[in-house]
Design a protein around this ligand. Structure first.
Ligand code: PBG
Length: 324
């Protein structure tokens, strides 16, 4: 007798019945870039289909994503000017602050998340404050906390620190609580590697470091145990959800964090992962849609509950409102 696994693959209906992993638009968090100005929708060359929006066009984009079943956006701001401490990141009239209230007015039930970091706002492009040529951890915490509170005031439901400074989740949590924002959540970029996959994003967010790199604060790619340490630390510091980033080259990390940590787990399908698919698709070398779905599925199968992805709208269209 031969055991015949193929019996379960005989028809589409049957295959769907025995499917172990599902994916839906509800799993997606859509990253969006917003800048000052009006009626802007400027294409990002290395990320075909992605744009830098002004607040008015951003609201339309968020609304469209919402109507496709995407429940959440995460906002990245491009300030009107940069300085040494990134002061436009915590200004009342800052670009993310304006975007938050605009989206809230039009799509009130959408979950609004914001990236909390300094790199887009500092003239040196690093994620923290520079002292004597180095990124100063503890001086940065205060700025991050200010930025997080400012986003909460403007209507963010979740703030997502991506800077990788030590102790920032605790610092942000206590600042939010002290300001009366007990209900504003933290999605911590707990496990964030110093990755080449962020290249296109740095063009999109105009946030490349002017000197050096981010290896003194982002994680070293060979390390997996350290990922668990970071995830558990952020959980203890009060994170409500945690993230692994990038996703594709780190599926093993997603799986391990999933097994060790009880919080909802997000994974960031980052700019370089998106760009590679789009580039090959535009050359006619791959079936982009098929590969997009396969990639998103792989991230869920590895153990992520939520996926931050530039494919959010496109994949939601493929999925309809149903599950794959
Ligand atoms: C800011 C930040 C980065 C990304 C998200 N937040 C870039 C970086 O750390 O250099 C990358 C996202 C992407 O590549 O899609 N610190």
């Amino acid at each position: 007798m031969i055991i015949r696994p193929r019996r379960l693959r005989q028809s589409k209906t049957l295959r769907e019945m025995v499917r172990e992993t599902s994916i839906s638009a509800r799993d997606f968090i859509y990253p969006l870039f917003v800048k000052h100005g009006r009626s802007l929708k400027e294409p990002i060359a290395s990320m075909p289909g992605q744009y830098q929006f002004s607040v008015d066009t951003l609201v339309e984009e968020a609304e469209e994503a919402w109507s496709l079943g995407v429940p959440a956006v995460i906002l990245f701001g491009l300030p009107d000017r940069k300085d040494a401490v990134g002061s436009r990141s915590y200004a009342d009239d800052g670009i993310v602050q304006q975007a938050l209230s605009a989206i809230k007015g039009r799509v009130p039930d959408m979950v609004l998340m914001t990236d909390v970091c300094l790199c887009e706002y500092t003239d040196h492009g690093h994620c923290g404050m520079i002292k004597e040529g180095r990124v100063d951890n503890d001086a940065t915490l205060e700025l991050l906390a200010k930025q997080a509170v400012s986003h909460a005031v403007a209507g963010a439901h979740f703030v997502a620190p991506s800077d990788m400074m030590d102790g920032r989740v605790a610092a942000i949590r206590s600042a939010l609580d002290a300001a009366g924002f007990q209900d504003t959540g933290i999605l911590a970029y707990a496990v964030k590697y110093a990755s080449g996959f962020y290249g296109p994003f740095r063009e999109a967010a105009e946030s490349a470091p002017r000197f050096g790199d981010r290896t003194s604060y982002q994680m070293d790619p060979p390390n997996a145990r350290e990922a668990l340490k970071e995830a558990l630390l952020d959980m203890e510091e009060g994170a409500d959800m945690i993230m692994v980033k990038p996703a594709l080259a780190y599926l093993d990390i997603i799986r391990r964090v999933r097994e060790e940590c009880l919080l909802p787990l997000a994974a960031y399908n980052v700019s370089g992962e998106y760009a590679m698919v789009k580039a090959a698709q535009n050359q006619g070398w791959i079936d982009g849609e098929k590969i997009m779905m396969e990639i998103l599925l792989s991230i869920k199968r590895a153990g992520a509950d939520l996926i931050l992805t530039y494919f959010a709208k496109e994949a939601a269209k493929v999925l309809g409102q149903s599950i794959l």
